[in-house]
Ligand binder design. Sequence first.
Ligand SMILES: O=c1nc2n(C[C@H](O)[C@H](O)[C@H](O)CO)c3cc(O)ccc3cc-2c(=O)[nH]1
Ligand SMILES: C[C@H]1O[C@@H](n2cnc3c(N)ncnc32)[C@H](O)[C@@H]1O
Ligand code: SF4
Length: 376
Amino acid sequence: MNSISNISNFNLNKGNLKKEEIITLLNTKQNDINTLMRIANSKRKNDIITYSKNIFIPLTEICRNYCGYCTFRKDPSEPKAVILKSKKETIEELKFGEKYGCKEALFALGEQADHETIVKSSLAKKGFGSMLEYLYDICEATLNETNLLPHTNAGILSYGEMKALKEVNVSMGLMLESSSERLMDTIAHKNSPGKKPSLRIKTISNAGKLKIPYTTGILIGIGETKEEIAESLLEIKKLNDKYGHIQEIIIQNFRPKPGIPMEKVKEPSLLDMIRTVSVAKILFDEVSIQVPPNLNYDTCQTFLLCGADDWGGVSPVSTDYVNPESKWPKIKHLKELTSDGGLKLEERLAIYPKYMNKNYLNNELLNKTLHLSHSL
Ligand SMILES: O=c1nc2n(C[C@H](O)[C@H](O)[C@H](O)CO)c3cc(O)ccc3cc-2c(=O)[nH]1
Ligand SMILES: C[C@H]1O[C@@H](n2cnc3c(N)ncnc32)[C@H](O)[C@@H]1O
Ligand code: SF4
């Protein structure tokens, strides 16, 4: 029987869990789950739960992948598809967000959209040769014309692309999703060359070499096994042990929705989320564990009991374009939910304090970041 009653034999303090031990923890039942939660929660360094006030700008919804869980991606033929959001509209939206206190400009977009002719010609009309050039220009304008700090998640990028974007982003991100090659043959990733684990790992590793403060995470409930969850977390740990650039890990639960290939796939159970969040907290000492509250509207308090310490980007103005049916809780509500658990809600920036220095940021980004952080 799987049990963690032998948990004292596990090296829980240093987070040096072996794969087999993680799998055991991911399979815990009944009282052992309480123990697991208690141990994870005891790893908290303080009673603060952070969030970042952001505005989500989907610069393009065109994407070369077809993930079985995604409703964000649109075909160029769909009348409502965002081919390329203009700079004028982007800045107007950002300025609106700024009025409501947003400090993070979240640019999340389809992967390698410029491989599509319609995007390429739209870029050319504006005088840009690639999505990278456009992204750079938009992030630069964000810095020049607003007080927001850019965070870009554009799917996999090359070393050169990230080297360029580092100059105009305080942090960047890419969900590992899962380190499982096997999922490349399943409904989740079979039409998504960009979800190949080796490519995602390469991107995250290049970000480490470039000293880019980084957000990654795993998507739970897309057909992965417990063993594969353990392997994914260990892969992220390996990357962070090597470079130390991972500022937060998102434990994101898959949300089924009408019209997607995975429409009929069951969402992960609350207990599976509890087990995964707890294990992640035990495994990572210096990295924040983020659980998005909009994807767990009624249950998110539970994650406060297993060591989660960040709610991620929460927007007072924009929808979560990846999960548009999942409304953000109001900050006031989030504050009440957090303090009800004996914890304190605190706003943070898109870059965590330990990276606010010359090793990670150029002068302009550092000055802007420090200035904003004093206003929190
Ligand atoms: O509103 C969202 N924000 C998402 N974010 C934003 C995130 O919550 C914040 O940008 C970070 O916490 C940085 O402040 C992501 C960022 C990444 O780098 C990678 C993946 C995600 C996923 C989402 C998401 O699904 N919805
Ligand atoms: C931006 C991130 O959103 C996640 N994502 C994409 N589709 C869904 C869904 N249906 N439910 C939950 N998360 C999703 C992926 O992990 C992606 O990398
Ligand atoms: S999740 Fe990202 S990569 Fe996958 S189809 Fe959607 S937009 Fe493209």
